[in-house]
Write a protein that binds this ligand. Sequence first.
Ligand SMILES: Cc1cc2nc3c(=O)[nH]c(=O)nc-3n(C[C@H](O)[C@H](O)[C@H](O)COP(=O)(O)OP(=O)(O)OC[C@H]3O[C@@H](n4cnc5c(N)ncnc54)[C@H](O)[C@@H]3O)c2cc1C
Length: 444
Amino acid sequence: MNALSPAVMNKLDALNYYTVTKKYDLAFPRLTADVEADVVVIGGGFSGINTALELAEKGITDVVVLEGRHLGYGGTGRNGGQVMAGIGHDLNAVRKHVGPEGLETLFKIAGLGAGIIRDRIARYGIDADFRQGYGYLAYNDRQVKTLRGWAEEFRAVEPDVEIELLTGKAVQSIIGSEVYAGAIKHMGGGHVNSLNLLLGEAQALVSHGARIFENSPVISVEYATPGQDRITVRTNAGSVRASKLLWACDSFLNRLEPAIASKTINTFAFQIATEPLSDALIERISPIRGAYSDIRPVIDYFRVTNENRLLYGSATRMLDYIPEDLAAWNRELMLKTFPYLADVKIDLAWGGPMACSANLFPQIGTLPDRPNAFYVQGYSGFGVTPSHIVCKVLAEGMSEGSARYDLMASIPHVSIVGKDVARAGITSAAKTWHQLSGYFNGRR
Ligand SMILES: Cc1cc2nc3c(=O)[nH]c(=O)nc-3n(C[C@H](O)[C@H](O)[C@H](O)COP(=O)(O)OP(=O)(O)OC[C@H]3O[C@@H](n4cnc5c(N)ncnc54)[C@H](O)[C@@H]3O)c2cc1C
């Protein structure tokens, strides 16, 4: 079955926390004319809007963003809102491609994310409930050992941030659960209302003069040819002719551009939001009112919200499937972590696809033989903070060029053969392998 068939999406598209807490009343027209621009961006999630905003801040304001549904329809309006450190799951996965110096650069880039989000919120006065306080959680001593190494790496990148390894009873100073053996308290990370962040960024983008069109799905692209150096992007009611193009559709690309469609495969994550809880209960769950994730190969992640809800998210561990009852699925996991929430009502349950690359590292670059056609995708479930970093670097590549763009774009992407016919089988095998390897890399 097509991973994004209407039947699948109907289930995952249920009303979610972000749609009920949306603060921006922004709506953009449908594209109904033939227009010209310097840059056309396909996809109105963090990737499309952030890259466009970065370009606008450099003075490249003649940008058109085309969104097929509405801004934030994709992962950007469905996620956990975790603002975590880092850029990919494990930077060592790309060590062989970038060498020790390149890895050093990637470590530096990886530390920029939360700062970019904070600066942007401050610069444009974005109302997105950003709150600092993150906990990386370990269930056992092997994972605590891993966290010890992470704490050192985090401190090296962000020496001024409060980063502390906690073990034993001290763990409960940041989380009201007895299931964890250790934690890193990281006060540089935190959480954000991702849809409001996106919409605030979109509002900032149009304030620079860029144009956004919603309900404007792109149906075809004619690339530049020797006699015609511009790219034409068509919807069924209009077109954009531009010097440069960015594909930013992530898990919703389907097969529209085969050259990049083959480089990722979709898997799914699911979330619940509890009813609003008392201040006392929130204080017990999270004395730092923070966000958390464990470090297993497939994580549970959760956070408290401004309205005193607990958001709890997860994915299937080995076999890749969409649980019948999304609320019951996550509630069971939530109760393993917080047994005292047994009487709490679940108000909302939803989910969404995530485009995963073979090395779980986000992909940027240009299409083969098409130097004006850029792409970004494959955050592998870890895109809120990384998209802010990656799109800053990507915008450098799309404008003046930079060594760090060249570095990131040089990382090769493996094609995932058979992904359209055997998606569930391939993702299940990958998850199982990922779980097993967790024993050897200190994540189990
Ligand atoms: C349930 C869930 C939980 C997650 N939790 C976290 C988390 O806690 N922390 C974290 O870091 N990451 C998380 N992620 C991942 C993160 O949300 C994504 O990596 C990130 O939002 C990707 O942003 P994007 O802009 O690349 O893609 P998207 O937000 O998916 O945007 C792509 C957009 O492209 C549009 N589009 C597609 N095709 C076309 C077309 N032909 N024409 C026009 N528009 C088109 C889509 O409608 C969509 O709006 C989660 C993802 C999911 C699904």
